[in-house]
Design a protein around this ligand. Structure first.
Ligand SMILES: *Cc1c(COP(=O)(O)O)cnc(C)c1O
Length: 416
């Protein structure tokens, strides 16, 4: 079974805290961090899983952090990261709230548009900045996770960097580094091309380049040896860039890597309860109590998450698997966990579950809870962190009352 936590523990957590419930394994996260130890900086892209307890775990393990909104900046600070030296704010715009917080905290801004440089420079000459560069190509596990190339909104276009450099000079901004992130779940061939593009960019840069970021997007591998070999090769390509720059410019830039999914995906399991089974013609459906309001990756990207069935008392069921569709409770036809990227249902082989059996959906630690919504007025699910013998609730379940509490009445905004 591809689960990090044993079946008996998942079943006990489900019995105690109800389902759906997210279960994360701290040791898996530490193991992934260790795989990247050769990089100068590991900067966790917290949008993958921004729970404060996960952020603290990252910090204790030596990782730094990326923030992409005012909310993520507050989270990183609450988790103990120093905004001036340990957080970078990466985005393509600065909304007004974010601009104020960026200026107040001094967090370096990784600018994906020239306007960000202008808006920061006009208010705070000398502020530290990075340039997020769109190298003209991208790649991801899905069309929707490609963040480079002409069709992507991200980054300053590689041919327009001159404008960025001019703005840095005009406002006396302090250039901290150059950054490229081409997509989530890219392959190592495309990630390797990023290193070549970075070398060309550094050579043309009129400023000293102290840091270069390889971005995130590292794919996850089932096999640890394979992961180790892939990372070693990726690191070598970036160390080569670092060493060439050191020779040509006399200063070796720090090489950063900025993964989200790689660090947390395999640490997470979503445990759900089977509540109905039915045949629709020849097609067998298993209906569970988690929906795309909890885990949207299958509906949004056609992401394929392995699943396993376990009894309520925590024994894996692996007998006589047959093709089934697994779907959720939402009033929405796309609420199916087994579908391809075109939205066509894709049966998976599962051992037939009984009602009130559990289904563990694996590798959901990244972009799982962080992309959950309240669709169909379903509350956000509980999150649990397992760390050796310790089992801790790191987010309690939201209540319906909390949902409705935002919808206050009697506040007159203005006269028409
Ligand atoms: C999302 C994101 C990442 C992380 O992507 P993963 O695929 O989760 O590794 C890194 N950098 C930036 C700027 C991002 O937006």
């Amino acid at each position: 079974m591809p689960s990090s936590a044993p079946a008996s523990l998942l079943a006990r957590i489900a019995a105690r805290h109800g389902t759906p419930v997210w279960v994360y394994d701290a040791e898996v996260i530490r193991g992934q961090i260790a795989l990247l130890a050769g990089f100068g900086v590991i900067r966790y892209a917290q949008k993958a899983n921004p729970n404060l307890h996960i952020l603290r775990l990252m910090r204790e393990s030596g990782a730094l952090v990326d923030a992409v909104s005012a909310g993520e900046l507050e989270r990183a600070i609450a988790a103990g990261f120093d905004p001036r030296s340990e957080i970078v704010y990466t985005a393509d715009i600065l909304d007004r709230e974010a601009l104020e917080r960026v200026l107040a905290t001094g967090v370096p801004v990784n600018a994906g548009s020239p306007q960000m440089l202008e808006q920061v420079g006009a208010r705070a000459p000398g502020h530290p900045v990075w340039l997020r560069i769109n190298p003209g190509f991208g790649h991801g596990h899905s069309r929707k996770t490609n963040t480079g190339g002409e069709g992507s909104k991200h980054g300053i276009w590689h041919e327009n960097l001159g404008e960025g450099y001019d703005l840095i000079s005009r406002h006396g901004l302090e250039l901290r580094g150059l950054h490229m992130h081409i997509g989530s779940g890219a392959d190592y061939e495309h990630l390797g091309r990023v290193a070549d593009a970075m070398l060309r960019t550094v050579r043309d840069c009129p400023f000293e380049v102290r840091s270069i970021s390889a971005g995130g997007g590292l794919p996850i591998a089932e096999d640890r040896h394979e992961a180790r070999a892939q990372i070693a090769q990726h690191l070598r390509r970036w160390e080569r860039v670092r060493d060439i720059v050191a020779k040509e410019r006399g200063i070796a830039p720090v090489v950063e890597v900025e993964p989200g999914r790689f660090l947390v995906a395999q640490a997470g399991t979503l445990v759900t309860t089977v509540r109905a089974r039915k045949m629709q013609g020849q097609t067998e459906f298993v209906l569970v109590d988690a929906g795309f309001n909890d885990l949207i990756r299958p509906a949004m990207y056609g992401a394929d998450h392995p699943m396993s069935v376990l009894s309520p008392d925590g024994v894996w069921r692996d007998k006589a698997p047959r093709p089934m569709l697994v779907a959720g409770p939402l009033c929405e036809s796309g609420d199916v966990f087994t579908q391809d990227p075109q939205g066509v249902v894709r049966p998976v082989a599962l051992s037939p579950p009984q009602i009130d059996d559990l289904i563990a959906i694996h590798d959901v630690g990244a972009y799982g809870a962080s992309m959950s919504s309240n669709y169909n007025s379903r509350p956000l699910a509980t999150e649990v962190l397992v760390d050796g013998d310790s089992v801790e609730v790191i987010r309690r379940r939201q209540t319906i009352e909390e949902l409705m509490a935002l919808e206050i009445s009697g506040v007159t905004l203005m006269a028409r």
